[in-house]
Ligand binder design. Sequence first.
Ligand code: AP5
Ligand code: MG
Length: 207
Amino acid sequence: MGCPGAGKGTQSAKLQDKFHLKHISTGDVLRAEIASGSALGQEIAGIINKGNLVPDELMISILENIVKSTDKGIIFDGFPRTVAQAEALDAMMKRLGREITEVVMIDLPESEVVSRITSRRQCRKCGEILHVTPGTPANKCPVCGGELYTRPDDTAERVKHRLEVYHTETLPVKSYYQNSGKYVEIKGNQTPEKVFEDIVSVLKKVK
Ligand code: AP5
Ligand code: MG
């Protein structure tokens, strides 16, 4: 969990590599649907490009199919994002004989969100997330050479709206998990390496 720009994608990629997990970013799943050009993708684009959440039922049905397709441990990135999604996730995990082991909140001061997100580029080919410095040419991925792009919901105006949505819809999920004994908070305004180290030290006991 974490607000827009907290570092969920950056840390999930590292965790996937270290613990051989399957990383499921619901944002990436939705963006892939948009890229496929389907009618559903067009409908989704109209919602997420404005910075709003797609309906819970749609999100849950898309997700259940992906969860069923793997026996690996899973890291959910950007899900659950509403209390209804958290309840549906519990029910799904029970049905599938699985368990949520840890809920990690990356806590980032909101003053840092806009500058982080407006400096982000992502690779269309391999999904690498990059931070670009103003004035530096950035159109090729340093990992695979793929094309870098800016997400349509990454303008300063949309980010402010996404933060409002985060406050009203997603922060209540924190209370949902806080007394579960599985909830931990990590400081997000540290280097990516230090954030990773902190998360790994929390996860050690469930590894
Ligand atoms: P989603 O794609 O999940 O976007 P988000 O939650 O707004 O989060 P971001 O991906 O913007 O940030 P991040 O935390 O992954 O940060 P990152 O690692 O990239 O969702 C997009 C949309 O899809 C939603 O608005 C909604 O419409 C829809 N959606 C998704 N899930 C949904 C759901 N469950 N239900 C309904 N709708 C859903 O890092 C950001 C930048 O900071 C990068 O440039 C990175 O290089 C840099 N950075 C990272 N860590 C550090 C660090 N420690 N120090 C300095 N810079 C750093
Ligand atoms: Mg992300």
